[in-house]
Design a binder for this molecule. Structure first.
Ligand code: PLP
Length: 228
Protein backbone atom coordinates (compact mmCIF):
# COMPACT_ATOMS: atom_id res chain seq x y z
CA UNK A 1 0.00 0.00 0.00
CA UNK A 2 2.77 2.42 0.97
CA UNK A 3 4.70 1.76 -2.24
CA UNK A 4 1.58 2.45 -4.33
CA UNK A 5 0.80 5.62 -2.38
CA UNK A 6 4.39 6.84 -2.69
CA UNK A 7 4.36 6.17 -6.42
CA UNK A 8 1.11 8.08 -6.79
CA UNK A 9 2.40 11.07 -4.79
CA UNK A 10 5.73 11.22 -6.68
CA UNK A 11 3.82 10.91 -9.96
CA UNK A 12 1.59 13.86 -8.99
CA UNK A 13 4.67 15.87 -7.97
CA UNK A 14 6.20 15.17 -11.35
CA UNK A 15 3.12 15.96 -13.41
CA UNK A 16 2.37 19.14 -11.49
CA UNK A 17 5.94 20.40 -11.65
CA UNK A 18 6.24 19.75 -15.38
CA UNK A 19 2.93 21.47 -16.05
CA UNK A 20 4.22 24.69 -14.52
CA UNK A 21 7.73 24.39 -15.95
CA UNK A 22 9.50 23.33 -12.78
CA UNK A 23 12.05 20.57 -12.27
CA UNK A 24 10.39 17.79 -10.19
CA UNK A 25 13.78 17.19 -8.53
CA UNK A 26 13.44 20.60 -6.86
CA UNK A 27 10.51 19.35 -4.77
CA UNK A 28 11.10 17.25 -1.67
CA UNK A 29 8.50 15.13 0.09
CA UNK A 30 8.43 15.10 3.88
CA UNK A 31 6.50 11.96 4.86
CA UNK A 32 4.50 13.08 7.88
CA UNK A 33 4.60 10.13 10.27
CA UNK A 34 2.76 11.43 13.35
CA UNK A 35 0.74 8.56 14.87
CA UNK A 36 2.42 6.15 12.44
CA UNK A 37 4.36 3.29 14.01
CA UNK A 38 7.99 2.41 13.21
CA UNK A 39 7.02 -0.61 11.07
CA UNK A 40 5.20 1.59 8.58
CA UNK A 41 8.02 4.13 8.66
CA UNK A 42 10.49 1.31 7.96
CA UNK A 43 8.33 0.21 5.05
CA UNK A 44 8.29 3.70 3.55
CA UNK A 45 12.03 3.93 4.10
CA UNK A 46 12.56 0.58 2.37
CA UNK A 47 10.55 1.97 -0.56
CA UNK A 48 13.18 4.69 -0.88
CA UNK A 49 11.54 7.55 1.06
CA UNK A 50 14.39 9.42 2.79
CA UNK A 51 12.69 12.18 4.75
CA UNK A 52 10.09 12.09 7.55
CA UNK A 53 8.25 14.69 9.62
CA UNK A 54 7.07 14.52 13.22
CA UNK A 55 4.84 16.89 15.19
CA UNK A 56 5.35 15.78 18.78
CA UNK A 57 8.75 15.64 20.44
CA UNK A 58 7.83 12.93 22.95
CA UNK A 59 6.42 10.68 20.27
CA UNK A 60 9.45 11.28 18.06
CA UNK A 61 11.92 10.60 20.88
CA UNK A 62 10.21 7.28 21.60
CA UNK A 63 9.95 6.23 17.94
CA UNK A 64 13.07 7.44 16.13
CA UNK A 65 15.47 4.97 17.83
CA UNK A 66 13.33 2.09 16.44
CA UNK A 67 13.27 3.54 12.92
CA UNK A 68 15.84 2.93 10.16
CA UNK A 69 19.00 4.87 10.94
CA UNK A 70 19.17 6.37 7.45
CA UNK A 71 15.79 8.08 7.90
CA UNK A 72 16.15 11.87 8.18
CA UNK A 73 13.80 13.93 10.31
CA UNK A 74 12.10 17.33 10.15
CA UNK A 75 10.24 18.69 13.15
CA UNK A 76 6.93 20.26 12.10
CA UNK A 77 5.05 20.76 15.38
CA UNK A 78 5.05 23.42 18.04
CA UNK A 79 8.34 23.50 19.94
CA UNK A 80 9.06 25.11 23.30
CA UNK A 81 12.54 26.50 23.79
CA UNK A 82 13.11 24.34 26.87
CA UNK A 83 12.89 21.31 24.55
CA UNK A 84 15.46 22.70 22.11
CA UNK A 85 18.27 20.38 23.17
CA UNK A 86 16.25 17.24 22.54
CA UNK A 87 14.99 18.59 19.22
CA UNK A 88 18.55 19.27 18.04
CA UNK A 89 19.53 15.71 18.98
CA UNK A 90 16.74 14.16 16.93
CA UNK A 91 16.12 16.43 13.93
CA UNK A 92 18.17 17.84 11.07
CA UNK A 93 15.62 20.61 10.50
CA UNK A 94 13.16 22.48 12.71
CA UNK A 95 10.50 23.87 10.35
CA UNK A 96 8.48 25.64 13.02
CA UNK A 97 10.66 28.34 14.57
CA UNK A 98 8.30 31.08 15.73
CA UNK A 99 10.31 33.11 18.25
CA UNK A 100 13.76 34.57 18.68
CA UNK A 101 14.02 32.78 22.00
CA UNK A 102 13.56 29.43 20.28
CA UNK A 103 16.00 30.33 17.49
CA UNK A 104 18.63 31.25 20.08
CA UNK A 105 18.10 28.07 22.08
CA UNK A 106 18.42 25.92 18.94
CA UNK A 107 21.52 27.85 17.93
CA UNK A 108 23.10 27.26 21.33
CA UNK A 109 22.59 23.49 21.30
CA UNK A 110 23.52 23.09 17.64
CA UNK A 111 26.82 24.82 18.45
CA UNK A 112 27.34 22.78 21.62
CA UNK A 113 26.71 19.49 19.86
CA UNK A 114 28.40 20.67 16.66
CA UNK A 115 25.41 19.50 14.69
CA UNK A 116 24.45 21.05 11.36
CA UNK A 117 20.88 22.23 11.87
CA UNK A 118 18.48 23.95 9.50
CA UNK A 119 15.69 26.14 10.75
CA UNK A 120 12.65 27.42 8.89
CA UNK A 121 10.47 30.24 10.12
CA UNK A 122 6.83 29.28 10.56
CA UNK A 123 4.54 31.95 9.14
CA UNK A 124 0.94 32.38 10.31
CA UNK A 125 -0.13 33.32 6.82
CA UNK A 126 -3.86 33.42 7.58
CA UNK A 127 -3.26 35.41 10.80
CA UNK A 128 -5.28 32.83 12.73
CA UNK A 129 -5.34 33.50 16.48
CA UNK A 130 -5.14 29.78 17.37
CA UNK A 131 -2.07 29.13 15.21
CA UNK A 132 1.56 29.79 15.99
CA UNK A 133 3.90 31.51 13.60
CA UNK A 134 5.25 34.90 12.71
CA UNK A 135 2.75 37.32 11.17
CA UNK A 136 3.36 37.82 7.43
CA UNK A 137 4.40 41.48 7.78
CA UNK A 138 6.87 40.55 10.54
CA UNK A 139 8.74 37.91 8.57
CA UNK A 140 11.42 40.09 6.95
CA UNK A 141 12.28 41.97 10.18
CA UNK A 142 12.32 38.65 12.03
CA UNK A 143 14.67 37.04 9.51
CA UNK A 144 17.00 40.03 9.79
CA UNK A 145 17.06 39.81 13.56
CA UNK A 146 17.52 36.04 13.61
CA UNK A 147 20.47 36.39 11.23
CA UNK A 148 22.09 38.95 13.53
CA UNK A 149 21.40 37.40 16.92
CA UNK A 150 22.21 33.79 16.12
CA UNK A 151 24.70 31.87 13.99
CA UNK A 152 21.76 30.03 12.47
CA UNK A 153 20.61 32.04 9.52
CA UNK A 154 17.22 30.58 8.57
CA UNK A 155 17.10 28.16 5.64
CA UNK A 156 13.49 28.68 4.66
CA UNK A 157 9.86 29.44 5.43
CA UNK A 158 7.02 27.12 6.34
CA UNK A 159 3.28 27.61 6.56
CA UNK A 160 -0.06 25.93 7.01
CA UNK A 161 -2.90 28.04 5.56
CA UNK A 162 -6.36 28.14 7.17
CA UNK A 163 -8.05 24.78 6.74
CA UNK A 164 -10.30 24.57 3.70
CA UNK A 165 -11.45 21.44 1.88
CA UNK A 166 -11.17 23.32 -1.42
CA UNK A 167 -7.43 23.52 -2.28
CA UNK A 168 -8.04 26.51 -4.55
CA UNK A 169 -8.84 28.53 -1.43
CA UNK A 170 -5.29 27.86 -0.18
CA UNK A 171 -3.75 29.25 -3.36
CA UNK A 172 -3.76 32.97 -2.36
CA UNK A 173 -2.04 32.08 0.92
CA UNK A 174 0.61 29.99 -0.82
CA UNK A 175 1.15 32.79 -3.31
CA UNK A 176 1.51 35.36 -0.56
CA UNK A 177 4.13 33.25 1.23
CA UNK A 178 6.00 32.79 -2.04
CA UNK A 179 6.16 36.57 -2.45
CA UNK A 180 7.55 37.03 1.06
CA UNK A 181 10.03 34.22 0.33
CA UNK A 182 11.25 35.90 -2.86
CA UNK A 183 11.70 39.25 -1.09
CA UNK A 184 13.68 37.56 1.66
CA UNK A 185 15.84 35.83 -0.89
CA UNK A 186 16.50 39.08 -2.77
CA UNK A 187 17.54 40.66 0.54
CA UNK A 188 19.96 37.78 1.27
CA UNK A 189 18.16 36.83 4.47
CA UNK A 190 18.56 33.07 4.07
CA UNK A 191 21.59 30.94 4.91
CA UNK A 192 21.92 29.75 1.33
CA UNK A 193 19.89 31.68 -1.23
CA UNK A 194 20.19 29.12 -3.99
CA UNK A 195 18.91 26.37 -1.70
CA UNK A 196 16.36 28.25 0.40
CA UNK A 197 13.24 26.16 1.05
CA UNK A 198 9.55 26.95 0.95
CA UNK A 199 7.61 24.30 2.90
CA UNK A 200 3.90 24.34 2.10
CA UNK A 201 1.22 21.93 0.94
CA UNK A 202 -0.27 18.83 2.59
CA UNK A 203 -2.31 15.83 1.36
CA UNK A 204 -5.29 17.93 0.31
CA UNK A 205 -3.53 20.78 -1.43
CA UNK A 206 0.06 19.90 -2.34
CA UNK A 207 -0.39 20.19 -6.13
CA UNK A 208 -1.58 23.78 -5.68
CA UNK A 209 1.38 24.46 -3.36
CA UNK A 210 3.78 23.11 -6.00
CA UNK A 211 2.18 25.33 -8.64
CA UNK A 212 2.79 28.27 -6.30
CA UNK A 213 6.45 27.44 -5.69
CA UNK A 214 6.72 24.95 -2.79
CA UNK A 215 10.11 23.21 -2.58
CA UNK A 216 8.99 20.97 0.29
CA UNK A 217 5.56 19.41 0.69
CA UNK A 218 4.48 17.66 3.90
CA UNK A 219 2.17 14.73 3.27
CA UNK A 220 0.75 12.32 5.85
CA UNK A 221 -2.73 10.98 5.08
CA UNK A 222 -2.19 10.43 1.35
CA UNK A 223 0.83 8.25 2.17
CA UNK A 224 0.05 6.43 5.42
CA UNK A 225 -3.75 6.56 5.34
CA UNK A 226 -6.20 8.25 7.69
CA UNK A 227 -4.79 8.79 11.16
CA UNK A 228 -6.77 7.25 14.01
C1 PLP B 1 -0.29 16.61 10.00
C2 PLP B 1 0.48 17.64 9.30
C3 PLP B 1 0.75 17.55 7.92
C4 PLP B 1 0.22 16.44 7.05
O1 PLP B 1 -1.16 16.55 6.90
P1 PLP B 1 -1.95 15.51 5.95
O2 PLP B 1 -3.22 16.24 5.67
O3 PLP B 1 -2.15 14.27 6.75
O4 PLP B 1 -1.13 15.29 4.74
C5 PLP B 1 1.54 18.54 7.35
N1 PLP B 1 2.02 19.58 8.06
C6 PLP B 1 1.78 19.70 9.38
C7 PLP B 1 2.35 20.86 10.12
C8 PLP B 1 0.99 18.75 10.03
O5 PLP B 1 0.74 18.91 11.34
Amino acid sequence: MIQANLNRIYETIKETAMRVGRDPADIKLVAVSKNVDPDMIAEASACGQPLFGENYLQEAAAKIPSCPSNARWHFIGHLQSNKARQAVELFECIETVDSLKLAKALDKYAQMMQKPLSIFIQVNIGKEPQKSGIMPEEVLPFLRLAGIETNLKPHGLMTMPPYDPDPERSRPFFRQLREIFESARRQHLFADESRAELSMGMSGDFPVAIEEGATIIRVGTALFGQRI
